[in-house]
Write a protein that binds this ligand. Sequence first.
Ligand code: DQA
Length: 149
Amino acid sequence: MVIGVVHGPNLNLLGTREPDQYGVTTLDEINRSLSSLGAELGVTVEAVQSNHEGVLIDAIQAGRGRWTGVLVNPGGFTHSSVALRDALLAAGVPFVEVHLSNVHAREPFRRQSYFSDVAIGVVCGFGAASYTLGLRGLVARLATSTAGG
Ligand code: DQA
């Protein structure tokens, strides 16, 4: 099983970007912890980050037929991108939406997501752990559906 991990804009700055909001863990550290958790859970993790909506959409399209599920932090696109939502729907595989911060405890515009209603689950507010919790949930769900449940 290959799981695509999609990181949206500005997440390349993790570690130094608004540490009070997003913590001090870098994107590389997050990707490394997802890879080692993936190995533990028996899945391969393929991560992509871009500040460009079209690049993220191309990556999701390239994952069609190969990615069994997707873990996505759309960053600021969470609150704006119909096109990224459509790309995930077109991929036709389950996805989990994750956020480092608790988007519901911040500015009102962050409460609106173009992804939550079509995600199988949403994890937010746990910092870098949102990703590992999300991966665990996604793999558990995939294991259930593969087993026919
Ligand atoms: C974020 C929350 C978004 O509102 C914000 O634009 C981000 C990061 C998070 O992980 O908490 O870039 O997705």
